[in-house]
Design a protein around this ligand. Structure first.
Ligand code: BGC
Length: 448
């Protein structure tokens, strides 16, 4: 009865709704047949080719506030920082198809080598013993250049030899004109120099290896920051110029990886980036469209959030840098985004990076992402996530690998890496940052 009454009142609203879009409603974009004007007090702003949205006041730039900057590395630290939440205590029944359920997650030998070398440099015995434990926590293997691909063959063979269900975690990270809104992680391919074809070749090489090991499960995070930049940073010409190539390449990656049964999670920034009210709709629209353009394969499982960032999964006390955002932690962000995705035909599940989320309240701004001082290793990878929307807490960022150099003469120098809340001096992105690693160990929460 109630449902019928609700339906009737909704129908009564239809003529009004179809005349003008509400605040934060859609008002345009590829394939959109609804209203293209907005209620009084708001105006229609192009967010991306798939989505225009009614935003308060006069036309505004597509990105939100400070928090719309790049995300893929950040941390927080400070002795005075309040403790972050750890994994919620409630037990959740794994959702059907959760690739992490009942499977052993393979330990990255690359990271284990880094940890072993780091431990050898630590003179304090207690700290060294804690640091050594990190080698047994699974992190993702970043295929951030073509030169890393052959190592995947070795790891897959190794995983296969272990028998039973083994899950190898990889990050696909080599787009042409990579990291379009920042500099620290600019990649090896450029669009101007055959970047799309080079990228397709990079994907083909990965797919050929994975195909050889059909008994080994593979989970992939797809291109940190890329689609999020297309949601909020198209006003940056570097991102606008990369848009077509990003969409082409991500589409290729999703289709090819699905063909060998890789379970993919597209990177979806974090709460402080796409979690703002004005960004949620455009984000959902873009992710759903990319999913549908790839043929809605069941292997495209959903989205990864907080990759290389520092946000809590849940917290009772919002960090002041969240400036009143209703989605002040990853759980709230996921709960807000998931229904919007479902409405558009993308029944997304999530994974959440918590590798460096152990300490909160350490950043001066939510958009800060580079080697944030005072960060600590965070909640451990677990399928006990507190939400049926979340397949697993994961460690995507191998903590101790740098987010970006603080050397201002480097080609990849990004001023974010010399801000007051960034630990300095810092080496190049992806290389080992020993003092940062020791801080992560010391500040780990839960402790190591
Ligand atoms: C770097 C990559 C690295 C990844 C994980 C990124 O910031 O650009 O080279 O593999 O972090 O540490």
């Amino acid at each position: 009865m109630f449902k019928l009454a609700a339906l009737a009142s909704l129908l009564a609203l239809v003529p009004y709704v179809s005349a003008q879009s509400q605040l934060y409603g859609q008002c345009g974009g590829m394939g959109w047949t609804g209203p293209t004007t907005c209620v009084s007090g708001s105006s229609c702003v192009v967010s991306n080719p798939y989505y225009s949205q009614c935003l308060p006041g006069a036309a505004a730039p597509p990105s939100s506030s400070s928090s719309s900057s790049v995300s893929h590395s950040s941390s927080s630290s400070s002795a005075s920082g309040t403790a972050t939440s750890s994994a919620p205590g409630t037990t959740t029944t794994p959702t059907a198809g959760n690739p992490f359920a009942n499977c052993n997650v393979y330990l990255s030998p690359y990271y284990a080598n880094e940890i072993n070398a780091a431990v050898a440099q630590i003179s304090d015995a207690t700290t060294a013993a804690k640091a050594a434990k990190v080698a047994s926590i699974p992190t993702f293997i970043w295929l951030d250049s073509v030169s890393k691909i052959p190592s995947l063959d070795t790891y897959m063979a190794d995983a296969e030899s272990m028998g039973g269900c083994q899950l190898v975690q990889i990050v696909i990270y080599d787009l042409p004109n990579r990291d379009c809104h920042a500099k620290a992680s600019n990649g090896e391919f450029t669009i101007a120099n055959n970047g799309v074809a080079n990228y397709e070749n990079y994907i083909d090489q990965i797919v050929a290896i994975i195909k050889k090991y059909p008994t080994v499960k593979v989970v992939a995070v797809i291109e940190p920051d890329s689609l999020a930049n297309l949601v909020t940073n198209l006003s940056d010409p570097n991102c606008a110029n990369a848009q077509t190539a990003y969409l082409t390449c991500v589409n290729y990656a999703l289709k090819q990886l699905s063909s060998v049964n890789v379970i993919s999670y597209m990177d979806a920034g974090h709460a402080g980036w796409l979690g703002w009210a004005s960004n949620l709709g455009p984000a959902a629209q873009l992710f759903a469209q990319v999913y549908k353009n790839a043929g809605s394969p069941p292997q495209v499982r959903g989205l990864a959030t907080d990759v290389s960032n520092y946000n809590a999964l849940t917290t009772n006390s919002p960090d002041p840098i969240t400036q009143g955002d209703a989605c002040y932690d990853e759980m709230l962000y996921i709960q807000a985004l998931a229904p919007l995705l479902q409405q558009q035909g993308f029944p997304a599940s999530f994974i959440v990076d918590q590798s460096r989320s152990g300490v909160q309240n350490i950043r001066t701004a939510w958009g800060d992402w580079c080697n944030v001082k005072g960060a600590g290793f965070g909640p451990r990878p677990s399928t006990n996530t507190g939400s049926s929307l979340i397949d697993s807490i994961v460690w995507v960022k191998p903590g101790g690998e740098c987010d970006g150099t603080s050397n201002s003469s480097s080609a990849r120098y990004d001023s974010s890496c010399s801000q007051s809340d960034a630990l300095q001096p810092a080496p190049e992105a992806g290389t080992w940052f020993q003092t940062y690693f020791v801080d992560l160990v010391t500040n780990a929460n839960p402790p190591l």
